[in-house]
Design a protein around this ligand. Sequence first.
Ligand code: URA
Length: 436
Amino acid sequence: MLTQEIIRTKRDGGELDAADIAGFVRGLTDESVTEGQVAALAMAVFFRGMSRTEAVALTLAMRDSGEVLSWPELDRPVVDKHSTGGVGDNVSLMLAPIAAACGLAVPMISGRGLGHTGGTLDKMESIPGYQAMPDNALFRKVVGSVGCAIIGQTGNLAPADKRFYGIRDVTATVESVPLITASILSKKLAAGLGALVLDVKSGNGAFMDTPERSLELARSLVEVAVGAGMPTTALVTDMNQPLASAAGNAVEVRNAADFLTGSARDPRLLEVTLALAAEMLVSGGLAANPEDGLARARAALEDGSAAEIFNWMVHALGGPSDFLADPDRHLGTAPVKTALTAGRDGYVTDYDTRGVGLCVVALGGGRTRPGDPVDHAVGLTGLLPIGTRIERDTPIAFVHARSDDQVAAASAQMRKAVTIGDAPPAMAPVILSRQG
Ligand code: URA
């Protein structure tokens, strides 16, 4: 079908077949389909949606637009996790080594932060020497020897998504469930995974801010992934407050180091990390059920094997050999660190979680345009979970900044982002539901 006929069919609510979708994706990749046509189809899909069959066809066509990895040399199940993005979400840094310590291979291809959400790649690049964009040979070597490697996406994996996402981003068509589904899954399928676990965030710091929308996305992701031949489960998890007590780059790596070595573990972060690890172990066939998976994941954390794997991965990718022995010696620190006190007695009752993420961006720790540099050292620590009882002098955050002016601006933003009330709030669970 001609491209304009494909657009017309979708505009009028019709169903596209796999050959038309594959033809469109070929044109998307080789740029014979114009930007205007891509935008028009994206808008038609935004309003008309796609059937699961169409979404599977789009996902597979986008997967096949570039290199598709496979891992014949590995004798371990290859499983990864994808998060839809949040604030203080450093789960990947602990999850990959926990899963690898339990016997999975985790080729974790991660993204950079954009908007209010942080990116795993930016966090890893806080570690001096860490090569987040290794060549293919090194990537394969590290996954094979260490069991996990957290790296960035090369241009060869699902290149159709890169152009499609760029056009969606500037035409208000990002928030379409089938388009998000195909975008996320095409990259994961191209990574050659045997199974995938999804962490679909829900709440005011997430891409999907209502439970209904998060559930809709989780269901779509699981059904389309399974339709495309990749066993997948999803946890829908709460993002109505930062997950870790830190938000930023180096500060989240520091938080992950404490988590792995056992010196401090934020309880909600621990619950989500272990639950995702358990899902990965069950999907990879290394645990009989989630309870068994939880026990194995917890053991890998407690006996230090996950920490050892993280340290090994960091060194194998160019970082220091003794990172976890003394993370402060290696991580950059911001020149100014100031406590922001509550100013009144009460309870932390609510967060504008997006506001917390935007505060990190304003400090320079995130980016507003792809390609902007980030300041790895700035950020927030000491964030308190909802329900914490506080007094007027209790710090509700520590601001790590370049200057006193930045501290003043960030403090004003944080005062708006954290609500303090008189009565203890109702407590919400961190894991909202499971799909798959
Ligand atoms: N993340 C992606 O990778 N793609 C989308 O479309 C949205 C979020």
